[in-house]
Design a protein around this ligand. Structure first.
Ligand SMILES: Nc1nc2c(c(=O)[nH]1)N[C@H]1C(S)=C(S)[C@@H](COP(=O)(O)OP(=O)(O)OC[C@H]3O[C@@H](n4cnc5c(=O)[nH]c(N)nc54)[C@H](O)[C@@H]3O)O[C@H]1N2
Ligand SMILES: Nc1nc2c(c(=O)[nH]1)N[C@H]1C(S)=C(S)[C@@H](COP(=O)(O)OP(=O)(O)OC[C@H]3O[C@@H](n4cnc5c(=O)[nH]c(N)nc54)[C@H](O)[C@@H]3O)O[C@H]1N2
Ligand SMILES: [Mo]
Length: 762
């Protein structure tokens, strides 16, 4: 109970929960009764808040402490740690920042610090870090995400803006009313819909899909995995080869064009450049017509099925769903551009239940009605340092100080990084080719990390600053689309000497003479109240009245009223494209973009195209004949709470499960439950084998998130990023391409046990 006389409530990216506490310890979480479909992920926190992997005191890597910055970077990940006091830790950090600022300038501090951190508007680790560093002169940063970098960069060239169109995805309610055919590229895996950034009070994906099905919508699941659609949807399964969606879409487009099924009037009024694309489709520019037969040979879906699907799409109210996963593959710009083009040819963009939509597969938020809640973010201040990288170019940057990289029409220069600081993300989870990253990571003088548990990132740091979890501090959860605003109660005292990220930076700021600038004289409680009050005022200006802060605290949560109007993507543009032009140079959908063509990139031409991926089944060799897709984990968010009970329950002999088709298992003499080695030229990981026909032959699937536990270049625990290629999608977006990866699998008798379950030495 709080002093408000109600139970304790918390929120997270995976759901809201009531918190039970006894004797100062969290004993369990209870589902938020307002949530129609709560996620089990939250329960993963219960046993690990104070287990042996909890970081309870600041710690410094042994060689760094003994010999100073730059000492034995190669030992990051294997060196022992020495516990120090907060006083000592603050002194070391402040002195190192001063040294580097003076000798190399602030751009030598890299704090892109990409990652999901935890929900809660105030204790958002990245915002705290960036605000602090802006108070001392700034830092080199990163742009875009690992989620969908290719879309973030290409889609604005095509329809003017990506995030705004993501947020305005046509709602499930509208889809249920009007959609008759939902064609899901990348499927609609319900496991991913557990997540909604910034807090999730209502899980709607299951209900939304089932309602659409009940009202008669048919579903087509275009994915290497049958399990990407719920059985109850009764979806047609087109089990394409991974990384071939753009070819499949071009094949559909060719059928529409040659059979006259495309909507010429829509193309004339709302788009530019169709004729140049059509010339490519017909093969006039490269001698290869992109027929259904041509596409069938690439994606291995029979041409007759493609032709039937194209005709079906033309005669139905068709929603083309495009999963984020299509961006995380080589040339990941193309499927997004091609899908928008295909939808434009069907002419249903802006109509209820038709057109295209991003990420129905990915996040609970996509498909929720758009509420008017322009919440306030914790202000980060201004960063005077201009140098930045596309987020997934981190290993390149560390390896090539002063080197250059092409990005969206610019040529960027990599800063010479001396200090790397991460708070709220885990590059040893999210980055590709982790063995390469580990070597590049050895180069900077100093790595500082704020973490709460001894995960793979904390182990690869020099200075580890122990932070609290959301259950040890007060905060507030509000997101732009979830209907619930909730308090996030402090349920227990900080474990050990852990401090909130804000308190960590405040302490260092005080030593560096910028405490007042950092806090503006506000306490954490003042800030939380301020964030809510500013959000409440903004909501009120938009006609949404929210209760006062004290009322919210009393009750614990508030439901933001449903919007009066249902959400239909690009409705206004369709109604009047002159009054509501897109933010493209032409104001129209750019099927051909002069801007992109003008960059002259060989790997991203001026219209959607099929470009052969770096690694796919079409160029597989004997030493790496299988395509590995590494999907989002069902039992957690990325690497968070990988050591918790929910994640551990799915392990096979302590390793991440990998799924393989029976035909591929039989060819290798492998059996269910045995430990296997997945490998390619970049590295290897050990995993426990599951045999199933939920995926197509030739493809294996493993979830991300197992904490990287390297033994040489082999992860003992099952992290697939030892295998994935570290290359940009193209010179345009430079996004990550984890889903384009070839591997081999063999039995791994006598595999050493994982070591990541115990804290590092020292
Ligand atoms: N192979 C492959 N790799 C992928 C993907 C894939 O599909 N395949 N997906 C990619 C995608 S889409 C993404 S978004 C990335 C995700 O990558 P990340 O967002 O980096 O992954 P998380 O594990 O969520 O990292 C969050 C970290 O923040 C820490 N943390 C939590 N709360 C707090 C806090 O309050 N303070 C501080 N200081 N730290 C906190 C957690 O312990 C955890 O280490 O991974 C990418 N990597
Ligand atoms: N439980 C849980 N949910 C999550 C997350 C999590 O960590 N855990 N992470 C969240 C985040 S940060 C993000 S960005 C989203 C990501 O959302 P997505 O990118 O949609 O997620 P993935 O699981 O990587 O991919 C979805 C499906 O795409 C299919 N797929 C893979 N390659 C191809 C291909 O080449 N073509 C086609 N057609 N399909 C392919 C796979 O079978 C996979 O099941 O998920 C979010 N949801
Ligand atoms: Mo993501």
């Amino acid at each position: 109970m709080t002093d408000q006389n109600r139970d304790l409530l918390t929120n997270s990216h995976w759901g809201a929960y009531w918190v039970d506490v006894a004797d100062g310890r969290v004993t369990g979480l209870r589902d938020f009764e307002q949530d129609p479909d709560p996620s089990p992920i939250g329960h993963g926190i219960v046993d690990v808040l104070d287990d042996p992997l909890r970081i309870t005191r600041p710690a410094v890597r042994k060689s760094w402490l003994e010999h100073g910055p730059g000492a034995r970077g190669d030992l990051r990940g294997s060196d022992g740690f020495v516990s120090v006091s907060w006083d000592e830790a603050e002194r070391l950090v402040a002195a190192e920042l001063d040294r580097v600022r003076a000798a190399h300038g602030n751009q030598a501090i890299f704090a892109g610090s990409y990652g999901w951190a935890s929900a809660g508007r105030f204790h958002h680790a990245q915002s705290q870090l960036k605000r602090f560093l802006n108070c001392i002169g700034g830092f080199s940063h990163s742009v875009n995400t690992y989620s969908y970098a290719a879309a973030e960069v290409v889609v604005p060239h095509v329809i003017g803006d990506f995030l705004g169109h993501l947020e305005r995805a046509t709602s499930w309610e509208v889809l249920a009313e009007s959609c008759t055919l939902f064609v899901a590229f990348g499927g609609l895996p319900l496991s991913n819909g557990q997540i909604g950034q910034g807090g999730t009070g209502a899980h709607v994906q299951r209900g939304g899909m089932l309602a659409a099905r009940a009202k008669g919508a048919r579903f087509v699941n275009i994915s290497p995995m049958r399990s990407d659609a719920l059985d109850a949807l009764d979806a047609d399964w087109l089990a394409l080869r991974p990384s071939t969606d753009a070819a499949l879409m071009l094949g559909l487009a060719h059928v529409l064009l040659t059979e006259g099924l495309h909507d010429r009037a829509f193309l004339d009024r709302y788009t530019v450049g169709f004729d140049r694309f059509a010339a490519y489709l017909r093969g006039e520019t490269d001698g290869t017509p992109k027929t259904a037969d041509w596409a069938a040979a690439i994606c291995e879906i029979p041409a007759d099925r493609l032709r039937a699907l194209a005709r079906d799409m033309a005669t139905s109210r068709t929603m083309i769903g495009i999963s984020y996963s299509l961006t995380r593959q080589d040339h990941g710009e193309q499927p997004y551009w091609a899908a928008i083009t295909l939808a434009a040819m069907l002419g249903q963009i802006g109509l209820p239940g038709g057109g295209f939509g991003f990420g129905y597969s990915a996040m609970n938020n996509n498909g929720l009605e758009r509420r008017y809640l322009p919440y306030a973010a914790f202000p980060q201040g201004q960063n005077p340092v201009k140098s930045y990288i596309p987020v997934a170019r981190i290993a390149d940057m560390l390896e090539n100080p002063g080197g250059t990289v092409d990005y969206n029409g610019r040529r960027l220069t990599y800063p010479d990084v001396k200090v790397v600081w991460w708070a709220g993300g885990n590059p040893f989870h999210h980055h590709q080719d982790l063995n390469r990253l580990r070597r590049a990571w050895a180069r900077p003088d100093t790595v500082i990390v704020n973490e709460w548990c001894w995960n793979s990132l904390a182990r690869h740091a020099d200075i580890v600053l122990p932070c609290t979890t959301a259950l040890e501090r007060s905060d507030i959860a509000m997101s732009r689309k979830d209907p619930f605003i909730t308090v996030m109660d402090r349920a227990i005292a900080p474990v050990g000497e852990a401090r909130d990220d804000h308190a960590i930076f405040r302490g260092i700021a005080a030593r560096m003479g910028v405490e007042e600038a950092f806090t503006e004289g506000r306490s954490p409680e003042d800030w939380v109240r301020w964030l809510y009050d500013v959000s409440r005022q903004a909501a009120s200006r938009g006609g949404v009245e929210l209760p006062g802060f004290d009322d919210l605290q009393k009750r614990g949560w508030v439901r933001v009223p449903d919007p009066a109007k249902r959400t239909i993507l690009m409705e206004r543009f369709r109604a009047d494209p002159d009054a509501h032009p897109l933010k493209t140079p032409s104001g129209r959908i750019e099927i051909f973009s002069d801007t992109v063509a003008g960059f002259g990139y060989d790997d991203c031409p001026g219209h959607p195209a099929w470009l052969e991926p770096l690694e796919w089944l079409g160029n597989a060799k004997a030493d790496a004949p299988l395509h590995m897709i590494s999907t989002q984990p069902k039992t957690k968010l990325h690497s968070q709470m990988d050591h918790g009970p929910v994640s551990k329950a799915t392990r096979i002999k302590g390793r991440e499960p990998v799924t393989m088709h029976p035909v591929d298992a039989a060819a290798r003499g492998l059996s269910e439950g045995q430990i296997v080695r997945i490998f390619n030229a970049r590295g290897a990981c050990l995993a426990g084998l599951r045999i199933s026909d939920v995926l197509r032959p030739g493809v294996i699937q493993i979830a991300t998130g197992a904490w990287y536990d390297p033994d040489g270049d082999t992860c003992l625990h099952g992290n697939p990023n030892t295998l994935t290629p570290d290359k940009g999608t193209s010179k345009l977006a430079q996004g990550p391409i984890a889903h384009s990866c070839l591997v081999q699998v063999e039995a791994a008798p006598d595999a050493p046990a994982p070591r990541i379950g115990t804290p590092p030495p020292g």
